[in-house]
Design a binder for this molecule. Structure first.
Ligand code: PLP
Length: 296
């Protein structure tokens, strides 16, 4: 659903946001797109369990747990950080996932870095039996295929399409279904040296660019200016943004509009990839740091 934003912008620029966050109440935004064909494939393979990886506040963990509940597939989340194991109740993401039926395996940060090694996958199979494996962040060929469905006929008139990036799966799908004359701008939520190469593995066109100035210090990092921006944007437009991905991307796009990056009369579509479940966890951190909270 596209929503034209009524903001006072220079140079006759129009800004529209695609509310992918409204696709499903719990399988949020791009995670719904990324899971769709993987769940269909798991069902085809008669797999009764999905296993995946994520951090303590991962949108992908929350979405996989919700999808498992909805489609009757068991889910296992391999979670970074052994110290979180006895703090599930205090963690809104993990308690949500647990209530959807997800089983957890908490591992050390060191073991987590090694999670894609073949012998670790074998260890997991010995422990849990057969499962359908989804990589961290859920990016694979089937996820990119799902993300190719984000853009539709009605989006052909946009000159620029912007989205936040984690692993690069979502932007790859958008690139593949965009017109060659549309420019796709990706806003990485973290510093990630191999990102361009990762996107190039999936992307079939080269009409894209990374804007690396708006990660606010790295993944999950936040400051008072970003909190204030998210709250003001919501007051003005009624659109809630998450602090890890979409808040930084929209901040960046508006900053670039004001700094003259976009040509006169650009017609920009921003993809709202969801992630709003992460606000509760972030507010816990903000409260601890005595910073202002994100309004809910
Ligand atoms: C996971 C996520 C992303 C990043 O998607 P990738 O396909 O990993 O690049 C962007 N926005 C939100 C809200 C997300 O949850």
């Amino acid at each position: 659903m596209n929503h034209l934003l009524n903001l006072n912008l220079p140079n006759n620029i129009k800004l529209t946001i695609k509310r992918e966050d409204l696709l499903h109440p719990h399988i949020s935004g791009n995670k719904f797109r990324k899971l769709k064909y993987n769940v269909i494939e798991a069902q085809k393979q008669k797999a009764d369990t999905l296993l995946t990886f994520g951090g303590a506040y991962s949108n992908h963990i929350a979405a996989t747990a919700a999808a498992g509940k909805e489609y009757g597939i068991a889910t296992i989340g391999v979670i970074r950080g052994e110290e979180i194991a006895d703090k599930i109740d205090a963690n809104p993401t993990l308690s949500f996932a647990r209530d959807c039926g997800m089983q957890f395996e908490f591992i050390s940060r060191e073991a987590y870095r090694n999670k894609t090694a073949l012998d670790y996958t074998e260890t997991l199979h010995k422990q849990f039996g057969a499962f359908y494996l989804l990589p961290e962040g859920g990016t694979n060929d089937l996820a990119v295929k799902g993300c190719e469905e984000i853009l539709t006929e009605e989006d052909k008139a946009f000159t620029h399409i912007t989205c936040a990036i984690g692993t690069g799966g979502t932007i790859s799908g958008i690139i593949n279904s965009a017109l060659p004359n549309q420019k796709i701008l990706g806003f990485p939520a973290l510093k990630h040296a191999a990102l361009s190469a990762d996107i190039a593995k999936f992307a079939k066109q080269d009409n894209w660019e990374l804007i690396e100035d708006y990660h606010f210090g790295g993944y999950g990092k936040i400051n008072e200016a970003l909190v204030n921006f998210i709250n003001e944007f919501r007051d003005e437009t009624n659109v809630p943004l998450d602090p890890v991905y979409t808040g930084k991307m929209v901040f960046g796009v508006i900053d670039m509009v004001n700094n003259g990056y976009f040509p006169e009369s650009s017609n920009i579509l921003m993809i709202h990839t969801g992630g709003l479940q992460g606000i509760a966890g972030m507010n816990r951190e903000l409260k601890r740091k005595k910073l202002p909270l994100i309004k809910t």
